[in-house]
Structure formats: C-alpha cells, structure tokens
Write a new protein. Structure first.
Length: 151
C-alpha cells in the first residue's frame, strides 16, 4: 500500500510558507510566483495554519476586505488536519473527502516534513491502480513472474 512517505519521495518535500504578519497581497504574490494554491503559515518554525486561494476568495474578496490591509494570520485556517509519513494514501483520501480540504501538512514528531495536496493523493491512487492493472494483464497473458522469479 502506498504511503505519504512514498508520495513525498516522488514529489519532494519542499514547502512554501509565509509568516502570519504577511499581507494577503504578499501571500497571493508568493502563490503566483511558486504556482501553488496554498501556503503554510509558519512562525518560529511552528506550523500555525494554512492560507489558500479559497481563504482569499471567501474571507477577503467576498467580504470586501483589501488585500494590502488584511494579514494572513487573520484569515488563515487554524484548525489543521495533518498526516504522518507512514499514513496510507487511502486514509489521506478519506480525510480530504470527509473534511473537504485540499492540503495536508505532513508531520513527523510534531515537525513539518512536507505537504501533500488532493492532486498528489489522486495521482498516487491512480498510479497504484494502474500498476495493479498492468500486473493483472501480465498475469492473464501468462507472462507474470512472481517476486521470487517463478512462474
């Protein structure tokens, strides 16, 4: 079964973050520069929240607030759902679906080691299913070799 660690090994564990005192405009500029849909909000190496395009749309733009006057810390999501590197991808999909979230920080011993998105999870599941299909097709065609090399 595919784990969060497997996903991070494929995509890398680089994260893009902002300080809670950044303005929403600065955060949006960073999202555009790094081509990401969300930023981790970190202060003194502690994960405080996540700020996403959705937060901007719902908590700033629709409420008539100004990007240059609104701080990320005042509109970020503070109640975070996180996962561990050993968690299974299916568990991540369950969290994403049930909690209607798009990003999961990955913590190991309360330390941030990466972040995965719904896209990473879906791609992982699709890749896993395709590998299973390929194995079954090979088996049916008679060309399947077991792990120990016996047919």
């Amino acid at each position: 079964m595919l784990t969060v660690s497997d996903l991070l090994s494929r995509k890398g564990n680089n994260t893009v973050s902002v300080h809670p005192d950044f303005t929403v405009y600065q955060a949006l500029r960073m999202m555009a520069d790094y081509d990401v849909g969300a930023l981790l909000v970190i202060e003194n190496e502690k994960l405080l929240g996540i700020f996403s395009e959705r937060d901007y749309a719902r908590k700033v733009a629709l409420k008539g607030q100004r990007e240059n006057n609104t701080l990320v810390g005042s509109v970020m999501v503070k109640e975070l759902t996180s996962v561990a590197p050993e968690d299974k991808v299916e568990y991540c999909m369950k969290l994403i679906t049930e909690r209607r979230i798009r990003h999961l920080p990955v913590l190991k011993n309360d330390r941030l080691v990466g972040v995965i998105s719904i896209g990473d999870v879906v791609k992982g599941i699709i890749d896993q299913q395709q590998a299973t299909i390929n194995d079954l097709e090979s088996y049916i065609a008679g060309g399947y070799l077991s792990r120990d090399g016996l047919q």
